[in-house]
Design a protein around this ligand. Structure first.
Ligand code: PSU
Ligand code: MN
Length: 308
């Protein structure tokens, strides 16, 4: 692939040349997941958290006909302040088209995995992944993130799936697709704002070195796809499930009433929940993303140490 198509920032290129740990970060969370200017502050703080944990951050987006691996301050600023309807929300289906059109695009989990893998980055931190939406039996709304986890070898660290999704169905699909879901440090699966979903985890690891080793073993075995690490939100930032359930129900009802469909569903629900919790959900969201960035940096460090 031409260097014009995949453009590494000087910092990321230097880390790669030295075999130092790198953590990929997505950009849809900036453009479609949080309001300006908090989104910019968070993007900057997440990058700092990765650096403080000994790795190099690589925030990924499409700009000017190139996949950018690592964004400078001006690029982050541009993404953060551009209105949602002027930035493409990119998944596997539209990544190439965005490049052809020369438009600005923010990468979802799926597209970030594709770009990270092209750049030789094996670890990626985010907040929440897309999954099987509630009512998917009639809407067929299942995020392309799940398929991507089945085919692209990147370890994705998240805080579990939001209650806007059908968590049991999401887990069933991941199991069918052969994606390992690894709970970090506890026996139950976290549910984004809450540490416990009430569902038990099939896999648990307490040591980032084991998560790195497991990714390498998948490669040795010729198993396609990545791993999903679910990392519970820190205690002090948790919002109990009982508090979130009625809020999520209201947001879901509003989405139906307003006829929101397809790619707009997830951004709409995130925004509505933010309003309904008067920002408390955003504070929790920020805390868990930072926590995931730190864990991903530890996994990337182990991967580099193990020679991956
Ligand atoms: N879930 C969140 N926050 C997010 C997203 C999901 O809690 O910002 C974003 C991620 O970029 C994810 C995308 O990959 O939404 C999934 O969108 P969809 O459901 O349309 O596939
Ligand atoms: Mn969808």
């Amino acid at each position: 692939m031409s260097a014009e198509l995949l453009s590494l920032s000087p910092e990321v290129a230097a880390a790669k040349a030295k075999g130092q740990p790198i953590v990929a970060l997505e950009s849809t969370i900036i453009t479609h997941g949080m309001p300006y200017p908090r989104n910019l502050q968070v993007a900057t703080r997440v990058e700092a958290a990765v650096r403080d944990s000994g790795a190099t951050p690589a925030t990924i987006a499409v700009m000017g006909g190139r996949i950018r691996i690592g964004l400078d301050g001006a690029m982050l600023q541009h993404l953060a302040e551009t209105p949602q309807d002027q930035v493409m929300k990119l998944s596997r289906a539209d990544l190439a088209a965005c490049l052809a059109l020369g438009r600005t695009g923010a990468t979802t989990v799926a597209a970030t995995m594709i770009c990270a893998h092209l750049a030789g980055i094996a670890t990626f931190a985010t907040g929440g992944i897309g999954g099987v939406h509630r009512g998917a039996e009639s809407s067929f709304d299942i995020s392309a993130d799940l398929q991507e986890l089945a085919r692209t070898p990147v370890t994705v660290v998240c805080a579990g799936a939001k209650a806007i999704l059908d968590l049991p169905k999401t887990l069933e699909v991941l199991e069918t697709l052969g994606v390992p879901v690894i709970a970090f440090g506890q026996d139950t699966l976290p549910a984004f704002w809450s540490r416990d979903s009430g569902l038990s985890a099939l896999l648990r690891m307490d040591d980032p070195g084991l998560i790195a080793a497991s990714a390498d073993l998948r490669r040795q075995l010729g198993l396609a796809g990545g791993q999903l690490v679910v990392n519970p939100i820190p205690h002090e930032h948790e919002i109990p499930r009982e508090v979130m359930i009625p809020i999520v129900e209201t947001a879901l009802r509003d989405a139906v009433t307003q006829g929101i469909t397809a790619k707009s569903v997830t951004p709409f629900l995130l925004q509505r929940i933010l309003e309904l919790t008067q920002g408390r959900s955003l504070d929790a969201n920020i805390a868990l993303v930072l926590n995931n960035a730190r864990l991903a940096a530890r996994i990337a460090t182990e991967t580099a140490r193990q020679g991956g």
